[in-house]
Ligand binder design. Sequence first.
Ligand code: SF4
Ligand code: SF4
Ligand code: SF4
Ligand code: FES
Length: 981
Amino acid sequence: MVTVTIDGVEHQAEIGERLIDLINRAGTPLSQVCYHPQLGPIQTCDTCIVEIDGQLVRACATTLSSDVEVTTTSPQADAARRQAFDRILGNHMLYCTVCDNNNGNCVVHNTTKLLGVEHQEIPFRPKPYEVDYTNPFYRYDPDQCILCGRCVEACQNLQVNETLSINWEDPHPRVLWDGGSTIGESSCVSCGHCISVCPCNALMEKSMLGYAGFFTALPKPALDGMIDVVKSLEPETGYSAILQVSETESVMREHRVQRTKTVCTYCGVGCSFDVWTKDRHILKVAPLDGPTNGVSTCVKGKFGWDFVNSPDRLTKPLIREGDKFREASWEEALSLVARRFSEIKAKSGPDSIAFISSSKCTNEESYLMQKLARAIIGTHNVDNCSRYCQSPATAGLFRTVGYGGDSGSITDIEKAKLVIIIGSNTAESHPVLATRVKRAHKLHGQKLIVSDLRENEMARRADLFLHPKPRTDFVWLSAISRYLLDNGLADQKFLDQHVNGLDAYRKSLEPFTMEVASQMCGLSVETLKRVAHMIVEAGSVCILWAMGVTQQSNGSDTSTAISNLLLVSGNYMRPGTGAYPLRGHNNVQGASDHGSMPNFFPGYQSVDDPEIRARFESAWNAKMPTSKGLDNHQMVDAVHEGKLKCMYLIGEEMAIVDSDANYVQEAFSMLDFFVVQDIFFSTTCRFADVVLPACPSLEKEGTFTSTERRIQRLYQVLEPLEGTQPDWRIIQDVANRLGAGWNYQHPSEIYSEIASVAPLYAGASYERLEGFKSLQWPVAEDGTDQPLLYTKEFAFPDGKAILYPLRWTPPLQQADEEFDLHLNNGRLLEHFHEGNLTYRVAGIREKTPDTFVEVSSELAEARGIQSGTWVQLTSRYGQLRVRALITDRVKGTELYMPMNSVEAPVNLLTSSNADPVTNTPAYKEAVVRMEVLAEVGESPLPRNNHRFGHPTPQRGVEVERKWKRADYHPPNGHLVQIQTK
Ligand code: SF4
Ligand code: SF4
Ligand code: SF4
Ligand code: FES
């Protein structure tokens, strides 16, 4: 610790703390335009100058290393700050009253006020550039840009998309996209980082423009007239009088603009943010305090919300009549559901009914869904879509370390010296998590190994990219474990202290020599040895994996092999280490955690265990079956076999996201009674007997659990659209019509019940999760959570992990003469899964209007295909027509198809083959043949898609280039200490 005296008052600070953070912590007012704590010192504005020992320094760039005396109020420092800010005003016209950014948080406005600026010395000078409106979501106004560089820093070093720069050498510097492209044609991925950190109105969401203020919707000539009037007042009245007017207008806005915290509804990263709304209009998404994401978002979280107000939202229950549906009242629809459930239960027994919960719904809803199945109907036939992606990872972790969750937090991934990504297109599927890896790799020397069939963005950034033969990750992982053990490179101390089963595991590794692995995987022995030595040398390793691993017929085994390798190399139980299966949906972790699984009560308590079952029977006052129910894969088979008659499915597009879609759809059409609850009339709804209109996350309260086991609250942003209801209310209504007698008035009451029956959440409560607070399970009764899952022991009775012996099993499908091409599939950054939500976002649709199949340039040449050529893909299970996109991301005879299509869903081609441990479909083991059709269309990706852009990587804003300008001179003439990062 050091003692820092600020304006005569002593403060304690940690060595290494930034002076500006201490000044802010101490509550000393100090202007600071370019500084943002999440970006670090940028040093472009010079408005934070203070005096230390008679010298002027930038507070943002000063780190504390010894006791020091700081003066913020000295005349020199004050003059320097004013001079610096005056230069800023030369780049920005103050027209706050008619500005959509006049919402109390504009840094330029607030600094003008803080410094008491009345008149500016350097007059405003417009820049010779047009406003750029070419991005569907935001615009850049060069005239208002103060060149602070926050946006550049965020794009280069936080998002690491490396699109933005400033042309410091130009007579009229401005922010550039790809060095001078329009925004619309640049590599910008519309993540919104730049807009979220812009301290003024230079970068603004288009959804704000004309909507936020009382006077901002005026036609431009009228607006310009008002601005002229305001400017003409300034010489006489000074800025303070003008600011008073704008502040009154800003306060008036508070009454009609709501800011409500929510958690993103898309992927499992768990970004949280405030949503600004005016009635049902979403003004903007403002990320700032999210425990996972801070100011970060991706395009879906920042801009992907139009679907909420889509005109085709379901607003009335629908009842099937023959081949058609008719609208019905809630009363009629719910009575029908209850009557048919009762009849089918009476006739065919409780196990003839099954329930599919949703990984988009809240924890509370997942809990009620399984409680309805178990306690009211009397069946364990309940599941959720985690089986389609996550269950193998969970199984691998259950086998080896005890809990089926990430072993640390995203901050651990950031800290790791080496990150290994296997079968995950992280930059597109978990974008904000990927930014942390990209940043650590770019700025902090983190090493990166990527194993994937496709050379995705992370692969391109990696120090080592492995392209093994399809489905062979298991082999090279096992070979590396063996190599470490054979060569004395394993962490023997860790193994002795914390791990059981070494001998049996070692024996199971016998077949996996480096040579065998090299031959089976198509990777050289040298490459494999390099991986092994990188792991040993790193000292702290995190392994991230996703559906490229889990959606294979050996998904559980490969997940186990990953965990085994982490154990052998001692990469558990420390910050910066561990296993990170990247959860796909926003609440796929929570749906399983809360018991929507056929074998577990909430909190992974086995339904087979008599003691646990007795506890739940007593808590719920119900009798329940003694053995597990059907999973969703088995449910489909059971319908075909005539054993399952009735289903209740909420918020899942199972008809096209389950594999072998034709087989699944056939099953749905065979059901005696099918209830589907959704916000849109999905493909699955087509097979329903009753459709119930539910609410999206913005219209309800509850909690989600993200990939890092983080439980977060979402608050109701909008009233439920008329005619719709939150899922928890609908489930309760169905249950009560079946005699449940539930009386939950708010999700918090459901959550209290969850905490009382599941020790994993014993101490979790709405109070402890208030606002942006979060908890990472397990949560002890006193509220202590566990960001790092294993610190002293693993989750087994003796506290030791288990090295789990494994055998190689060959793939269930391989390319042959008839089906000669391997077909891989996955997500696209802009769309979520099949696109039911994201196709309803106009800007996303404009940039990525359709799906496609990626074809390698070699294969394209051999078959005479170009981007836009229509091809027909045929597998043993179905066929579809799709346009080709020629790319160097795939190689040889490997194809890749993103999932974003309702018309041509890739699952028409995938099989019902599954991982035998979890029944997770082997989506990634598809083989097809490709016929080239005569038609050639447009490229399926428009030229203005970011993938055609040309990023301009640099080390950040590169302020040194500004300091070299002939017209730059330190404020007040003698700024002394120019510290760089
Ligand atoms: S990628 Fe685009 S939206 Fe994201 S920070 Fe860069 S310029 Fe801004
Ligand atoms: S556009 Fe960028 S450089 Fe300009 S004011 Fe906004 S954050 Fe600063
Ligand atoms: S990274 Fe995931 S959670 Fe975050 S904003 Fe994007 S989709 Fe939402
Ligand atoms: S806050 Fe801009 S230079 Fe310190």
